[in-house]
Write a protein that binds this ligand. Structure first.
Ligand code: SAM
Length: 284
């Protein structure tokens, strides 16, 4: 891969050309370092035939790297000014690649259809909505079978955490519903403009079948939300509202083969699925 990636001078020139002043609310921190882009794209382990979904392409730093590594890139950007500029940036830096690139000016949290089925999600995500974006896309695009996202480092650790860890929580269990998440590295602050005040982390994922259960995803997620809403309480207490009473919570937990005096942070996603299933009556 010898095609040039965007550096600090390119990013400054592109931003100036459209009068962009990065906003915090949209999590706009642009990568100004080609080596970081190479690292992200490398860690994504893309097959050259893949269609990649990129959320928040911004000024195009990662987009160019993805265009070099995959057959097609579909990018979803919420900011209309950035979205309007990106096709011309692709044309400037990768002439001829525009046919393999589609830009959609939309909120990624609202996207439920794309012109091409993406097989991989690779993105430097807006940090304030990173977890909802990942969960939303995994839910709506079953064709996504793997990916690599850059998020706030602490969120990366949380997404990849397993039961029993202090940081294991709602994002960890819900992400585990869709597959396995692994921490794939830490990125410093200086590779961005403007530089964020926190480190970033890379998370890779592989889709796996959800646990076999008669409960729906919504039903399982409702148990997860209830169990962690009161993290310090036992499951019997935390799930009493969900079950209708403490005694009923205890009965359902025992039915699911889960210790009612345990806390949610020790359960894996399969155990949450069993609890949700315990509440569903068996068909006669
Ligand atoms: N990918 C670029 C890079 O690596 O330099 C920019 C990454 S920046 C951390 C996040 C980008 O996501 C910004 O371009 C921002 O405008 C965009 N964004 C923020 N919220 C979004 C949303 N809900 N849907 C789609 N894009 C969003």
């Amino acid at each position: 891969q010898t095609a040039p990636l965007l550096g600090a001078a390119d990013i400054r020139r592109l931003a100036e050309s459209i009068g962009v002043r990065p906003t915090k609310t949209l999590g706009q921190n642009f990568v100004i370092d080609g080596n970081t882009i190479r690292r992200i794209v490398g860690a994504a382990e893309l097959d050259p035939a893949e269609t990649v979904l990129e959320v928040g392409p911004g000024l195009g730093s990662l987009t160019l790297g993805l265009i070099d590594a995959a057959a097609r890139v579909v990018a979803v950007e919420i900011d209309p000014v950035l979205a309007a500029k990106l096709p011309t940036t692709v044309e400037e830096f990768r002439p001829g690649a525009t046919e393999r690139f589609t830009l959609i000016n939309q909120d990624a949290l609202k996207v439920t259809e794309l012109p091409h089925d993406p097989t991989a999600l690779v993105a430097n995500l807006p940090y304030n909505v990173a977890v909802p974006v990942v969960l939303h896309l995994l839910e709506h695009f079953p064709s996504l079978r793997h990916g690599l996202v850059m998020v706030q480092d602490e969120v990366a650790d949380r997404l990849a955490a397993g039961p029993g860890s202090k940081i294991y929580g709602v994002p960890s269990v819900k992400a585990a519903w869709y597959g396995t998440m692994r921490k794939a590295g830490v990125i410093g602050m200086n590779v961005f403009w403007p530089a964020p005040k926190i480190h970033s982390g890379l998370v890779g994922f592989e889709r796996q079948d959800p646990p076999a259960t008669r409960a729906s995803r919504e039903q399982v997620f409702a148990v997860i939300d209830a169990a962690f809403a009161q993290r310090r309480k036992t499951l019997r207490a935390a799930l009493s509202g969900w079950a209708g009473s403490g005694a009923e919570a205890e009965r359902l937990l025992r039915l699911a083969n889960v210790d009612p005096s345990a806390r949610g942070e020790v359960l894996d996603v399969k155990a949450f699925a069993r609890i949700a299933e315990a509440k569903i009556p068996l068909e006669a």
